[in-house]
Write a protein that binds this ligand. Structure first.
Ligand code: NAD
Length: 332
């Protein structure tokens, strides 16, 4: 028996931040990073909330460490919010999830609602049950997993992504491709996760180069924001794979942005998973067949499985070159 669910209420498109106007007279804790305060994003969010008592915890840094989560838990237990708003890239959203989850285990008082507002189009964390926390002592990234960490609401307003520079747009966009491809070839994939992964891939291959070229192109930003969330839905139920396993290990050790290390690994992982060298025409791996499906879907030359897989790898290498993503750790 299989199951598929989306536990998050999703609002998307331009002006979707206006959903916040419905929040009145609540205790709100905003978990975010310094950029969001300095660039007026926190102010923008706060101005939508009506008569609310707003507290801000803006200490989150990329790949949030255990120590910051501990300070956040203290803040949450002090504020006792009705609502937590996790605002930013994957790091503040993951931090918001972990703070909520662990604080609940320490004080079983009220359970705040969690609203995730992503400002990168990459992690899909706004709809997943994962939170990746770093132990700085041994440079290890730990994915915490609990359904109760899944945000109650996600607001995907593309206007918030406009400020992302080319490097962040490219890294996070390649994260979307990695999520969707890993979910698609996963042994846990189903028709339902495939549907979200396919749409996420179609949108990303079409709109990521456009968003990279012109960061003010609202249509491309909006499509990428939706694609990121769809890839999140796909891997939340379909799982990830070797690409993420290795990316977390290397990223934790060498402080490489998550999306960038995923992008560097992806062509190699596809080659490894497809295992073409050990296959003959009548005996391709399931992964090779699925990569071939992706190549066909993207209209790449794919007259047979071997050609499809090769051209998919070629296409990802070509995107990485366009986005100036290094090919090797030495190059980096
Ligand atoms: P991030 O949140 O770490 O942010 C990276 C940088 O981008 C920060 O300096 C931030 O201030 C800046 N930034 C964010 N939005 C911006 C904007 N609109 N304009 C300008 N600058 C902006 O980056 P990320 O790639 O979104 O998240 C990566 C983290 O998410 C990693 O720790 C990764 O392991 C985790 N992750 C979690 C999941 C999940 O399901 N929970 C999935 C994938 C990745």
């Amino acid at each position: 028996m299989n199951n598929f669910n989306i536990n998050t209420d999703i609002y998307f498109g331009q002006d979707s931040l206006d959903k916040l106007k419905e929040i009145k007279k609540k205790n709100v804790l905003i978990v975010t990073d310094k950029f969001m305060v300095d660039f007026g994003v926190v102010e923008k969010i706060s101005s939508k909330l009506n008569d609310c008592n707003i507290q801000i915890f803006s200490d989150i840094e990329p790949d949030p460490p255990v120590e910051t989560i501990a300070i956040g838990i203290e803040k949450l237990l002090e504020v006792k919010p009705d609502i937590i708003i996790a605002l930013g890239g994957g790091s503040p959203i993951d931090a918001g999830k972990a703070i909520k989850e662990l604080a609940e285990k320490m004080d079983t008082g009220k359970t705040p609602d969690l609203i995730a507002i992503p400002t990168t189009s990459g992690t899909g964390s706004e709809v997943t049950m994962f939170s990746v926390i770093t132990n700085k002592n041994n440079n290890t990234k730990y994915p915490l997993v609990s359904e109760s960490m899944t945000p109650d609401m996600a607001i995907l307003d593309p206007e918030l992504v406009i400020t992302a520079p080319k490097g962040i747009t490219a890294d996070t966009g390649m994260d979307v491709i990695t999520h969707a491809m890993e979910a698609y070839v996963s042994t846990n994939a189903t028709d339902f996760t495939d549907a979200f992964a396919e749409k996420a891939l179609k949108l990303t291959f079409e709109y990521l180069p456009k968003a990279y070229k012109d960061g003010n192109d609202m249509i491309s930003r909006e499509k990428m924001h939706n694609a990121s969330c769809m890839a999140g839905i796909a891997f939340n139920m379909g799982s990830l794979g070797l690409n993420h396993g290795i990316a977390h290990a290397i990223g934790g050790k060498f402080k490489i942005p998550h999306g960038r290390i995923n992008a560097m690994l992806l062509p190699l992982i596809i080659e490894y998973n497809a295992d073409l060298d050990n296959m003959d025409m009548n005996n391709y791996s399931e992964a090779a067949r699925k990569y071939h499906d992706i190549a066909k879907m993207l209209n790449l030359p794919a007259q047979n499985i071997r050609l499809g897989v090769h051209n998919l790898i070629h296409e990802i290498n070509s995107l990485n070159r366009t986005f100036k993503i290094p090919r090797t750790l030495t190059e980096m």
